[in-house]
Design a protein around this ligand. Structure first.
Ligand code: GAR
Length: 191
């Protein structure tokens, strides 16, 4: 089973997923990392992990999905994992990978989802709204932003002392613990 991970920035989830499948000797290979950001730290991580990286620009993501699909086919990609990927996925890519694209969102969707809601923006909004809990949502990607079928959600408590930074840390820990396990279940239960 080959997967491609799409990431726009730091890439700590991408690296965590890579190590999880390797360490546990599971038949899942991170065959490709795709980014829209030539300065993303995920590129450094990919080099260390020896995983090929493809950089595509916004124009390709929005106007030339066939270029991206061609690369995915070249690497025989079965599933796409969005781990901190900030651009919308073109419907043609969704049609090429029906129910094979999985995203992680750092809130309990449908709360705090949609356009502009990514990373620290989400945590800031959660704190400003005085929420008592937050969490992560792992879901299939469909043509409506942050609205595909939910696979799993995990929660943590938010308290009055939490800041954007402390909440981001709690959420990342939840992601590291549950995202790879949930992916494993989806990938390997299918057979
Ligand atoms: C993660 O918290 C992920 O849930 C979030 O971006 C972060 C990426 O961290 N994704 C979104 O906000 C998508 N809307 P990372 O680059 O260190 O893995």
């Amino acid at each position: 089973m080959n997967i491609a991970i799409f990431a726009s920035g730091n890439g700590s989830n991408a690296e965590n997923i890579y190590h999880y499948f390797k360490k546990n000797n599971l038949p899942v290979t991170v065959a490709l990392i795709v980014t829209n950001n030539p300065n993303a730290f995920v590129i450094e991580r990919a080099k260390k992990m020896n995983v090929p990286v493809e950089v595509f620009y916004k124009n390709d993501f929005y106007r030339h999905p066939e270029k991206i699909i061609a690369q995915l086919k070249k690497y025989a990609v079965d599933y796409i994992v969005l781990a901190g990927f900030l651009l919308k996925i073109h419907p043609e890519i969704i049609r090429a990978y029906p129910n094979k694209i999985i995203n992680i969102h750092p809130s309990l969707l449908p709360k705090f989802g949609g356009k502009g809601m990514y990373g620290d923006n989400v945590h800031k909004a959660v704190i400003e709204a005085g929420e008592k809990e937050s969490g992560i949502t792992i879901h299939f990607v469909n043509e409506e932003y942050d609205k595909g079928e939910i696979i799993a959600q995990y929660k943590i408590a938010v308290n009055e002392l939490d800041t954007t930074e402390t909440l981001a840390k709690k959420i990342h820990n939840l992601e590291y613990k549950y995202f790879p396990k949930t992916l494993e279940k989806v990938f390997l239960d299918e057979k």
